[in-house]
Design a protein around this ligand. Sequence first.
Ligand code: GAL
Length: 632
Amino acid sequence: MLNLGKLHFGGDYNPEQWPKDVWKQDIELMQKAGVNLVSLGIFSWAKIERSDGDYHFDWLDEAMELLHEGGISVDMATATASPPAWLSMANPEMRAVNFDGVQLSHGGRQNYCAASSVYRQKADALVEQIASRYAKHPAVVMWHINNEYGCHAPYCFCENSRQAFVAWLKERYSSLDELNASWGTDFWSQRYYDWDELVVPKRTPDGTHPNPGQQIDFKRFTSELTLDLYKMERDIIRKHDSVHPITTNFMSMKFTYAMDYWKWSREMDFVSTDHYLAQHDPDNHIDLAQQADLTRGFASGKQWLLMEHSTSAVNWQPRNYAKTPGQEKRNSASFVARGSQGVMYFQWRQSQAGSERFHSALVPHAGEDTRVFREVSELGNWLAENPGVADYPTDRADVAMVYDYEQFWALMQANLPTQDISYADTVAKIYRSFWENGTRVDFVPGDVDLETLKQYKLVVLPMVHMLSEQEEQVYHDFVAQGGNILISYFSNIADRTLRVKLGGYGGKLVRDLAGVYVEEFYPLREGQGKLSNGYEIGLWSELSRAEGAEVIASFEATDVDGSPALTVRDHSGAKVWYQGTELSLSSQKKFLGEICSQLGVSSEGGGSTEVVRRGPFKFEIDHKANTVSLSS
Ligand code: GAL
């Protein structure tokens, strides 16, 4: 297993924003706060390369030396995230074109088209310079490629992107006929007769949307094309450094979802992620726990690292509430409990100028005599006192939940039975129900294999809308071998090209495994409906009948009264539950609690307290009492 060693503590360090006399003070304060790692140079391209091929590393060499002498390690960035003005102004085709065909202006950040050959060549040359220069530097312990790929302009709709998309489609489909059949292009006169007729899914006339198959393929294509950029940089670094691990920082699903991180993770030495709270949400620690568990899933048994979060307020939400005293320790402890090899932030010193000047940092504008600096220093020293935690992975949960970016993308499209469907909200509600019941969850990908599933007492499939035949088979085999699953509504409706499976919605999963024949969807009107067992519902009902399933509860006060809403079917001891509606949080908790107690799923904590174990270490975090305890 890759060993990231000790627990890391620190954050993005941007010395280029400060005069050199501040740098020395930075090192002293870092030592005081217990900082042992900084991410260096993430947004330094313009400072390093001042005109074409004119590289300046003297300032960076100096910063590296100071850090090294101060005993602080470096997560060396490749600086390719934000191309300098001289480059993007000279090559306008480098800048992304949005859904409406508007080319985005230089002046923000991370504005580049992943299909641009100029961007690729210049990024390649820059990484070559940085990797060859610093590969042997004793301060470097890991590499940080680019920054949050896909954050600001994930999709580019320019002509270069179109050509790359067409090339990608030619690889994916054996012929244009196959593409036409998969996308169903005989609908609305969309049939293509030549590859060159294919377009990117830009804005179409009002009330219409690009073809669903085209839309989902464009999302797949973009994730893969962008991943190619990562691989390009990774391979350059590898030529110069065969020792230190390479990563790029992911983003939490709450705010961005353009990259399929399951696929990305397979290309990375270790997974790292960023996470920012929706600070207006009093229960944001549950979203945090979900993102941490999801990241542990991406890491798939390897170590991972929280690369960025905030010491207090951010600057980009409508209202940027500061963290309350003690909140940051709870947040960090939850990440470490769930497997992070440390705690990193954006950023070390709060900027004096620029868009992020009101974003918190480890050293606030007011300096070290501040609540924030005292709290983070206390935290840094607390981590240093518990080095043994780094040696253990987080204990496996009894429950696995399938999480799949492609479902997210499919369910974001228009023209579904109701626009109120939200993959993210459904997953979050199920996760939250488990969390509040004190039941831990591991996340697994949509193409999970049987051996992985067999480790769990219960596997939950929330709105797994598309499944290939091969994937359906895995769940069949799992149940045949004694596995228990819970399938939610609107699952297995289509194959992976979004063609609907005929003969009863849910096909082999809902009809065959769950034993429920679903014939029509009945989205609920506001306030309509309840279940015969008293559970509260919303959003969804369906006209269905049990065909082998035992009905736990049926719909009432709906247009489909008597249709089964919650069912269970026994397959020689293995159980398949089906949930044909969206339950309220309290009903979802009851339903899952009942299932878990039948299956002997363990739970610990609950309510406002989370209890998570890493081997002998037990983290107990009470979000109401605002306390964190770590025992072993
Ligand atoms: C992240 C980004 C950082 C910083 C931070 C602010 O998305 O990687 O550079 O902008 O947000 O919250």
